[in-house]
Design a protein around this ligand. Structure first.
Ligand code: HSE
Length: 445
């Protein structure tokens, strides 16, 4: 690269889909403000995508555009490679090749980093280049930069995130319309809010990838998404919204991570699951496809980061901010101003996760039981035998003609393994006609 401090820093884009198009638009539309902030231009010089014919509504004249990703990551005219291919196979290969060729990398690929982060970060450190990934969690919300820098003085005590917009949209629509999950999912797919294969989102896998990165960064933990238990929203029925509302809660798919020190050592909680949150909490007010992450630091106290978690321009906003940070480092002649996961690589440690069975929380239970005298007594006895206290009970309607009815309970604080043990007995009762739905409750948000 030229030693001229005003010479452009040159960007190569791998993947020219929705986000790639947004990156090209932001680089063009905001060229003046970017130039005023950096002191030099950020120039998109090369694009690779398998589809080279579709009109993206962008003028690509003057930009080399072909389908050769391998050539892009080796191109001496490219200083920073932006990986927006997605997936963990081709993307991993190109990212590692780009690093091996001495390129800095910006990626939005949480699946790649949640599975292969260690390999990618180690390769980048050996080569003295940067890997930045702000767009991988919370879209346009600068949550990773906040954890790495703005909150760096804090011991992070907990974080609670609505980090998947698709599921937040579906849950809000189910609550608003009273419709069943399948109906709302089909509508979300037709409106483009959910993928045709929606399992990554609705089974909590996408949120688990993002939580893996957040928890690694918050606690200095070496963690992969395989270790993070994830439960999605398929089992939530309209009864849950009605009952949660009556108890003063809303239902959110949360990624939760907590620091759990003890005399025997430091452990962390990391889990993704539908959660009852107090209707008065700020997270409960996050509607539609928006994202929000509540972070509690020991010095700062509670903080909340809110914004668009996906979409062309919000995600491009985060990608271009990463490009600008790296461009500054290129000008300083030194990469790695802040370690990718905030902790120095040698300070990262494998930190054991608290098993779900050890988690202590209040729980929402929805039983499906025949409407007969004595059934509730049998259920409460089995809960009582495992030391689980009951705080409230609602039976939804009457089961005429031997039909089952939903019976909804909130428990006192209980250990999850005790609840699971009691549910085994309850679900084997002849009068209980379907598996019980358990939703954990989080109060301190
Ligand atoms: N599919 C994600 C979501 C957006 O629904 O939030 C990309 O991370």
């Amino acid at each position: 690269m030229s030693g001229d401090r005003r010479a452009p820093v040159r960007v190569g884009l791998l993947g020219f889909g929705t986000i790639g198009t947004g990156v090209a638009k932001v680089l063009e539309r905001s060229a003046d403000v970017i130039g005023e902030r950096l002191g030099h231009p950020l120039r998109l010089v090369r694009i690779a995508d398998l589809d080279t014919t579709r009109d993206r509504g962008i003028d690509v004249s003057g930009i080399r555009f072909d389908s050769d990703g391998g050539a892009l990551v080796a191109d001496p005219e490219v200083d920073i490679v932006v990986e927006l291919i997605g997936g963990t196979d081709v993307a991993r290969r190109f990212v590692l090749q780009a690093i091996a060729n001495g390129k800095h990398v910006v990626t939005a690929n949480k699946a790649l980093l949640a599975a292969h982060g260690r390999e990618v970060f180690d390769a980048a450190e050996r080569k003295g280049v940067d890997v930045a990934f702000e767009a991988s969690v919370g879209g346009g919300i600068p949550i990773l930069r906040a954890l790495r820098e703005g909150l760096a003085a804090n011991r992070i005590l907990s974080l609670h995130g609505i980090i998947n917009g698709t599921t937040n949209y579906i849950l809000c629509e189910m609550e608003r319309t009273g419709a069943a999950f399948e109906t709302v999912l089909a509508r979300a797919q037709s409106l483009g809010y959910a993928e045709l294969d929606p399992s990554f989102d609705i089974d909590g896998i996408d949120a688990a990838h993002k939580l893996t990165l957040l928890a690694s960064m918050a606690f200095g933990a070496e963690l992969t998404s395989k270790e993070v238990p994830a439960e999605g929203i398929r089992g939530i029925t309209p009864t849950e919204f009605e009952s949660a509302g009556e108890f003063g809660y809303r239902i959110k798919l949360l990624g939760i991570a907590k620091w759990r020190p003890s005399e025997s050592g430091e452990r962390i909680e990391a889990r993704v699951h539908p959660t009852l949150v107090p209707a008065t909490s700020l997270l409960a007010k996050v509607d539609g496809a928006m994202n929000a992450i509540a972070v509690h630091g020991d010095a700062v106290g509670p903080t909340l980061f809110y914004g668009a978690g996906a979409g062309e321009m919000p995600t491009a906003s985060a990608v271009v901010a990463d490009l600008m940070e790296i461009a500054r480092e290129i000008r300083r002649g030194r990469a790695g101003r802040v370690a990718p996961l905030s902790y120095l690589p040698e300070a990262l440690r494998p930190k054991p996760l608290v098993p779900l069975g050890e988690i202590e929380a209040r729980a929402y239970l929805r039983f499906t039981a025949l409407d007969r005298p004595g059934v509730l007594a049998k259920i409460t006895k089995l809960l009582g035998d495992d030391g689980i206290g009951i705080e409230s009970v609602i039976q939804k309607g009457r089961g005429r003609g031997g039909e089952s009815v939903p019976v909804v309970m909130l428990t006192d604080i209980a250990r999850e393994e005790s609840i699971r043990r009691a549910l085994q007995g309850i679900d084997s009762l002849a009068e209980v006609t379907a598996p019980t739905c358990l939703i954990r409750i989080e109060e301190d948000l």
